[in-house]
Design a protein around this ligand. Sequence first.
Ligand code: SF4
Length: 313
Amino acid sequence: MSVPKTGITALVPPELIFACGGVPFDVNNVIPASKKYPGNKLCAWTAIWKEMLINREIQVNSLVVVAGGDCHNALVDGQKVAMSGLTTHFFFYPFDGDHEYMESQLYRLSDFLGGIRYPERFREIRDMKRLGQEVDRKRGCGKISPGEAFSILVSSSDLRSDPCMFERAIEAIREGDFELNNRVALIGVPPIYHDFHETAQSLGLQIVFDELPYEFIRHGGVDIKEIARSYCNYTFARPLGLRINFLRKELEKRKVDGVIHYTQFACHHMLEDEVMRKELDYPVLTIQGDLPGSTPQQIKLRLEAFREMLERL
Ligand code: SF4
């Protein structure tokens, strides 16, 4: 019997999907390398996955849309996919962090997925995420390149649909000694450019923190109660003040010299930029992307100017 593949539009606990006998597939992960330019769009991320799902260019058996939490465009584009006939479930995070509400959402998700059949998978995924945390730690000490670390972290939203493949990808990382002379944090949603980390590194900026991918590896648990208590602190779905306090601690811990705030065209998170600039006590470079592809020349020039500015401080 083939294993049902469940598309996810943002962070949805992958451990629960595996424990229910399915495999998660993060529909965002195909976008940076895609050459799709959707006609009718606001944010390119949701517009592209919407189009690919409706045209069945992404093959999944069902879809879980994070409708309450980190993305308002997904709520609408997710409904368009549902109208095309794909079985779709809408998942909500609690803005106030209520873990009982989170628990009820996890039970509803579990029912949608057919119930928990393999509880042992919770521990297996927890162990994989620990390996991911170790990759993040080593990147911060210059043992792993920012690009390789990002590739692991960002794919931990669905563990590449296969925890064994995820583990092998970690084992295949070549460790070395990477210079960390301009340590920067990348906050906001991940860049839509497939080569952003390598580009920043080639221009003398080393990304030692990826805000959203770090959320993917830091949450987990071995049963629904534990998962609820962890994921109800998913910072992107909570009030800005909580997210900023969390960021302050992480940036301090990682001794960053500056912050790059990546924003996406037509994404409401852009509105957070002025708050981040005011509240984070670091030099901040704000950039905005739109369509997938390589990092544009204009952004490269801005990265270069930012590095020069950091070096003058
Ligand atoms: S960039 Fe913003 S609008 Fe686009 S998918 Fe992410 S959260 Fe949603």
